[in-house]
Design a protein around this ligand. Structure first.
Ligand code: 8Y4
Length: 277
């Protein structure tokens, strides 16, 4: 079972882990990078580690459905001070959620140990940047771009299309000098998918294990949970835990989540049952 080297900090995937979500967008810790914001972000990161997060994912660009892209200077201003402080203080690796090669470079220079790219390194220059940086990379499937991705997405066989897309991106990475051992894959729940597509993917997650890269899954508080429960984002915890456990049961190694303690507890129980199987 793999131990990923995240810029010197190990990420042991011999059992499933939680990736804690730290958004540094204006709708979370207001904008501007002032001291108060940095402090609040750090405080939340410390708490997530205490609650069992094995890695913290820092994002400065909203990828919610309908969101518009932010410019690079703004994204850098939001994420770099937070990454610098977290990388030096926290015992766990920091992941940078970005699609921009310039942000990837600055984030890794500031201490980030994993690149989480919802565009799977498709942006111009991203493949070359990530290859040169030497950190692990999570390749996520997304149909279209955030602003338009939920406009009637259609697939003939969503599981096969996601699998084939990820296989193709893995080949591109290997060709660019990023070995398979440095890659993770993610079906991208909610990114250009209807509820039925998301359910088909969660039902058939095991089909992605043949890709030979650890599977990362993000379902926490997402609209698929909201649709099933008819509940707003702050009432989706128990539904999110059910989905996380089903993912771990099919081999998922990292669960990206807002609610770290509950998610860590749920997957610890799931992993103990699977261990004896
Ligand atoms: C409520 C809560 C409503 C969350 C929407 C959301 C993933 C990801 C995101 C994912 C990977 C999100 C950056 C979307 N989702 N990265 N990022 N996998 N690897 N929406 O599923 O959380 S942001």
């Amino acid at each position: 079972m793999p131990i990923l080297d995240c810029a010197g900090k190990p990420l042991d995937l011999s059992s499933p882990r939680v990736m804690g979500i730290l958004n540094v967008t204006p709708d979370s810790f207001s904008d501007g990078g002032d001291f108060l914001c940095l402090d609040a972000a750090l405080e939340q990161a410390r708490r997530m580690v205490e609650e069992g997060a094995a890695i913290i994912d820092v994002g400065g660009e909203s990828t919610r459905p309908g969101a518009r892209p932010v410019d690079e200077a703004q994204e850098l201003e939001r994420v770099i001070p937070v990454i610098e402080a977290m990388a030096s203080e926290l015992p766990v690796p920091v992941s940078i959620d970005t699609s921009k090669p310039g942000v990837m470079r600055a984030a890794v220079a500031a201490g980030a140990g994993l690149i989480n790219d919802v565009q799977a390194l498709r942006a111009p220059g991203a493949l070359e940047a990530a290859s040169g940086l030497g950190t692990p990379v999570c390749l996520m499937h997304m149909r279209g771009a955030p602003r338009t991705m939920q406009n009637a997405p259609a697939y003939i066989d969503v599981v096969a299309e996601v699998r084939d897309f990820l296989a193709g991106r893995i080949e591109c990475c290997i060709h660019a000098g990023i070995p398979r051992e440095r890659l993770l894959v993610d079906p991208g729940f909610g990114f250009g998918k209807t509820l039925e597509h998301n359910l088909a993917l969660l039902r058939n997650l095991r089909d992605l294990s043949g890709l030979g890269a650890p599977l990362l899954v993000g379902v926490s508080r997402k609209s698929m949970i909201g649709a099933l429960l008819d509940a707003p984002a702050d009432q989706r915890l128990y539904g999110s835990l059910a989905a996380a456990v089903l993912a771990v049961n099919q081999g998922a190694k990292i669960i990206r989540a807002h609610d770290v303690r509950p998610t860590a507890d749920a997957i610890t129980v799931a992993a103990a049952v699977l261990d004896g199987a």
